[in-house]
Write a protein that binds this ligand. Sequence first.
Ligand code: HEM
Length: 451
Amino acid sequence: MERQSARHTATSDSDQYRRERIRRMNRNFFLHIHATKVHPHSLKPETTFGLGMILGFLFVVMLLTGVLLMLNYTPSVGQAYSSVKNIVHAVPGGRIIRNVHRLASHGMVIVVFLHLLRVFYTGSYLGGRTLNWIIGVCMFVVVLLMSFSGYLLPWDQLSYWAVTIGSNIAASARELTDLLGITKFLDVGGFFQRLLIGGETVGQPALTRFFMLHVIFLPVTLLVLTAVHFWRIRKDGGLSRPASVEKQEKLFSWPVVMWAELAIFIGVVAVVLLLAFFMDAPLLEKANPAHPDNPAKSPWYFLGIQELVSYSAFAGGLLIPVLFLWFMFSIPYRDREEEHVGIWFSGVRGRKVARNAAMISLGVVIVQVFVMVQFGWLRDWLPGISQWFVMLINPATITVGVFVLLSLQVRKRTGSSRMAAIALFTAAMVALVIFTVIGIWFRGANWEFVL
Ligand code: HEM
């Protein structure tokens, strides 16, 4: 009798505890974004590496510090620079807040790239997650634009010339319209450039545009996209997982998910704060439109594109970025092999395909850059050659051509759309990283190659 009543008390205790755990999640506005139960696979560190949450928290840090910076920033050509100087030297804590803001923004660019890799390589665009992948690609673009639009605001030499280069990239279509002789009637490149900076050169209209984009339009867009992104994760049944673990019993989210998120939050804030004490955001002399920086470089995350633009403006600045985005958006429509969902590289075969594609990409890019640096390219060999050839046959277009052939070949050999996607995606990402590294460390004055 006594034993029966003890069992009854234990059962009702655990029932009560269970109800309490559900209530905690449901009653709290912020916790409500989580389901009351979570699959144990989602809690393993190697499932996500916490990258999505790190991104979310970096975004929060960026918003908070951005609001504080705005209190003292003046978005006018005459005062922008001095207001930033004032923030750094006179406003209490201003230097650290600015450093944190910049680190969070650059951190977001790096982490969004890593998160995208993890989502792709675990096949997490499969299993009904097409829409969330597409929203994610949009978020990737918005994160880049958010960082880029903030670049101009200090109005120093670095920001002025980086944005000038960015705006020249926006005008890349001119190479094609010039060749067709139609720029006078249909100046697509000029249209994009004017849309971006409000004229032919960077001035007050550009600063006003970038300020509005940076403080209102892009953050609000990212907030809305993030809300839909999180909602979709719930609707898609939580994070992706292999079918083999599907039957494992789910765990209560309270309190284990909260502890994990709190740890990530504290980690993010601690790392960013620590770095902010030692890594000052650059502030050169005030922007001087008469004195270009040499080399004038775009922000580091666009240096891969700037490298491609140095081969051909149209191919590097428009054609390849558009093809890249089209490929990214189309991935879930090309590959519908649902059995791969939630498995890193889809197993041993995918790992091998990724490794081979990475090696091929490395070889193709390095060999071409070596040839170009040592022996020049078409115009050096045949000075009178038509610009059409230079635009269509250069290391950028050849690289893309080789990658497409590679993925077709993998598709034919393996009969798998997932393997073909892994080959093309890996090759493209490795090339992007190599071109970016070349742009950052191996290009000097007049965009000459330096070792
Ligand atoms: C500011 C940008 C972003 C934020 C704040 C964000 C946040 C998150 C979070 C918190 C998760 C769940 C945990 C995790 O996977 O780490 C997640 C999952 C996901 N994200 Fe993102 N994300 C962003 C950008 C992207 C991008 C660029 C893509 C892909 C192109 C993407 C696609 C996905 C998908 C498909 C899932 C579900 C993954 C699964 O089911 O395993 N996200 N995201």
